[in-house]
Design a protein around this ligand. Structure first.
Ligand SMILES: [Zn+2]
Length: 291
């Protein structure tokens, strides 16, 4: 399963908020029938006759009945895209799919409601609400606020890909997406800090697997709740980093230290790269850096 996950992550160039996909599901997909094992490109959204609208930086397609949610997510994503253009020169038209459970199950290859990105398609796939995610009831977070923050995280995957930042390590990829999310939230929307408070009270037990190396190997194979635990920890680390150094400098640091095409390396070397970007940053994750 680990090898399958890695193969998909690397060969498709796709990075995901979470990859809950089982190896069995991957095997069932007819290789020639889809441009990607994950399917879902903009043409499919158009074919399904979803409602759509455009903003300055986005083309949004959404389920019927989801217009309020779609407009709320789009308002923030559009602002985030404009902010990234100013901060780091990233410019693109982002395709946004906001899908309810029925449309999701008909179109997406990952389970509802796992947000994900299609970097090569400059596309993010967002559920109408994250509330059905396992563990959500324990977190005591606002569903709209958390879904919005996760949407910005997915935009981060797309922008990082275009900026030639890391396509090798899955856990570094998640940290990078969280850096984009945290950078935007702290600078522009401090009210959207749902992901920045660390592991929610009562949820720490979900971190049965705590090793970042294991996350790289198994990705969401660690389980949905354990995967969310990693995201809370990496978002907390990202928040500490963006508060210590201007976002644009962090991005240029990422481009220098985690340039696309870099070969795999030991954990200690990866941590040293993070330390060069923000000294002291890895002190908070010592419990995650062993085997
Ligand atoms: Zn992600």
């Amino acid at each position: 399963m680990g090898m399958t996950m890695r193969w998909i992550g690397r060969r498709s160039g796709a990075l995901f908020a979470a990859m809950i996909m089982s190896a069995g599901l991957v095997m069932q997909l007819p290789a020639a029938a889809q441009p990607s094992p994950f399917g879902l490109d903009e043409a499919q959204l158009v074919t399904r006759s979803l409602a759509s609208f455009e903003t300055e930086h986005l083309r949004v397609h959404h389920s019927s009945g989801a217009e309020d949610a779609a407009r709320a997510y789009a308002e923030v994503l559009d602002d985030a895209a404009g902010w990234l253009a100013d901060e780091v020169g990233w410019r693109a038209t982002l395709v946004v799919a906001v899908l309810d459970g029925d449309d999701w199950r008909a179109l997406a290859r990952l389970p509802f409601p796992v947000p994900h990105a299609r970097p090569g398609e400059t596309m993010v796939v967002i559920p109408t609400s994250i509330a059905a995610y396992p563990g959500f009831d324990i977190w005591k977070l606002d569903a709209r606020e958390l879904t919005t923050a996760l949407a910005v995280h997915e935009l981060g995957h797309v922008a990082a890909y275009d900026l030639d930042i890391n396509r090798e390590s899955l856990w570094v990829g998640e940290l990078v997406a969280n850096l984009f999310m945290a950078g935007y939230v702290r600078e522009r929307r401090p009210d959207l800090d749902a992901l920045l408070g660390g592991v929610p009270q009562g949820f720490d037990g979900a971190g049965a697997v705590r090793s970042l190396a294991a996350l790289d190997e198994q990705y969401a194979g660690v389980g949905l709740e354990n995967y969310a635990w990693f995201q809370f920890r990496l978002a907390e680390l990202a928040d500490a980093m963006v508060r210590a150094r201007p976002f644009a400098e962090i991005v240029s640091g990422l481009q220098r230290e985690f340039r696309f095409g870099q070969s795999a390396e030991e954990m200690t070397a990866t941590l040293a790269r993070l330390e060069r970007i923000v000294p002291g940053s890895t002190a908070g994750i010592v419990d995650m850096t062993g085997e």
